[in-house]
Design a protein around this ligand. Structure first.
Ligand code: TTP
Ligand code: MG
Length: 388
């Protein structure tokens, strides 16, 4: 399989946007945070501030200790969302196969559009110059044959980089590195791996997946696969606006709820309704979209696309719940919605045994997928891109 995947990540995003809006900040050690006088944490630090060891998530007090002369600047989320949208609009000119991952990050699939890594690199260069010219910001792009490798490639070329990683170069370039370079392996997992004498990516790649599965569950197996550079996760492209060819339900809650069992029960009811509607209409769908509106009216949608269309509410619920768990942690929620799109006629009656077994199997596969996604998400707690 010769896919072509790009991963783009804006450089010191919030800080760069502030430097653009306030030129006197340029080149200074800049720390963007919530309330500089309060107890908030660092959102991001400019590259001039990073040599002092300041990073996202650090307390402001600690950042001040490390660099007293840094400029501490209150963040302006609206502005970043606006810039993020502009960038996304630019990127969509290059391919419709865009999967935004966070406010400043996206995957692209160029499979079928160009043939070689070099050609993909040319597209990436063009993206970089266009963003620079039209928005005035730099980014870093990694190019490879799957999402995992593309993301690894970009992470090692920051800032303002362009990094092509042919899969055959992965062992030489990554096996000597510590396991923490891998997507989702944080300090805690690294410490556990160390007790098993596994410190480098290469050591992890040579470990028996079964042994790791016994110790870490599905995570264990996934970690070994990652260390071997293997990843088959498909792109989940984003689609624009309301889709007439979708079936969905949404519900405004009587009172705003945090992420938790009560909200999941509402979700279950909504997915039941969607499933019933699909079956009644004799249709199946491939994409499940979850809509979340927070108390402050901030609204996001998140979606996941199955390999095969389904009309089974269990599968829809599972996907919707995973999306909600991954992306619904931004505050109390006032509205939740679920829809299924990319609809096709259902060729076989839904109630036969074969179908149920298929769903079971598909569900199992997707659980692994969603675990992988969550595994990655855990390591990167970040703002999410806002789409209404
Ligand atoms: P990142 O892409 O992780 O960081 P960055 O763009 O600032 O720097 P880099 O060049 O290393 O990519 O996150 C994007 C933005 O998301 C970041 O500018 C601020 C915000 N953010 C937070 O608010 N909190 C966090 O913990 C992280 C990681 C990011
Ligand atoms: Mg970034």
């Amino acid at each position: 399989m010769h896919r072509l995947i790009l991963h783009l990540d804006m450089d010191a995003f919030f800080a760069s946007v502030e430097e653009l809006a306030n030129p006197f900040l340029r080149g200074k050690p800049l720390v963007v945070c919530g309330d500089p006088a309060g107890r908030s944490v660092v959102s991001t630090a400019s590259y001039a501030a990073r040599p002092y060891g300041i990073h996202s998530g650090m307390s402001i007090a600690e950042a001040r200790r490390r660099c007293p002369h840094a400029v501490f600047w209150p963040g302006d989320p609206e502005k970043y969302v606006h810039v993020s949208r502009r960038i996304l609009e630019i990127l969509k000119r290059f391919t419709s196969q865009v999967e935004p991952l966070s406010i400043d990050e996206a995957f692209f699939e160029l499979t079928g559009q160009v043939a070689t890594l070099e050609q993909a690199a040319a597209v990436a260069r063009n993206m970089k110059t266009t963003i620079q010219r039209e928005v005035g910001l730099t980014c870093t792009i990694g190019i490879s044959r799957n999402k995992l490798l593309a993301k690894l490639a970009s992470s090692q070329a920051k800032p303002d980089g362009l990094n092509v990683l042919p899969p055959e170069d992965f062992p030489a370039r990554f096996h000597p590195q510590p396991v923490t370079v891998l997507w989702g392996i944080g300090e805690k997992t690294a410490r556990r791996l160390e007790t098993l004498d596994i410190r480098t990516v290469g050591e992890l790649a040579r470990t028996s997946p079964l042994r790791m599965k016994r110790i870490f569950g599905v995570f264990g197996e996934l970690m070994v696969k990652m260390a071997q550079g293997i990843d088959h996760t498909p792109l989940s492209p984003y689609y624009d606006g309301p889709d007439e060819k979708s079936m969905g339900h949404e519900h405004t809650l009587r009172r705003d709820l945090p992420l938790g069992p009560e909200l999941f029960r509402v979700l279950l009811r909504l997915t039941d309704q969607v499933g019933r509607r699909l079956r009644k209409a004799g249709r199946k769908g491939r994409t499940v979209t979850v809509k979340i509106r927070y108390s402050n009216m901030r609204t996001i949608t998140r979606q996941r696309t199955f390999d095969q269309p389904t009309s089974d509410e269990n599968a829809v619920y599972l996907a919707a719940r995973t999306l909600l768990e991954q992306h619904g942690g931004g505050g109390r929620i006032r509205l939740v919605g679920v829809s299924v799109s990319l609809l096709t006629p259902d060729p076989d009656p839904p109630q036969n045994m074969m179908f149920r077994n298929d769903v079971k199997r598909e569900t199992a596969i997707r659980t692994i997928d969603s675990v992988r996604d969550r595994f990655g998400e855990d390591a990167i707690t970040r703002a999410t891109i806002v789409r209404n």
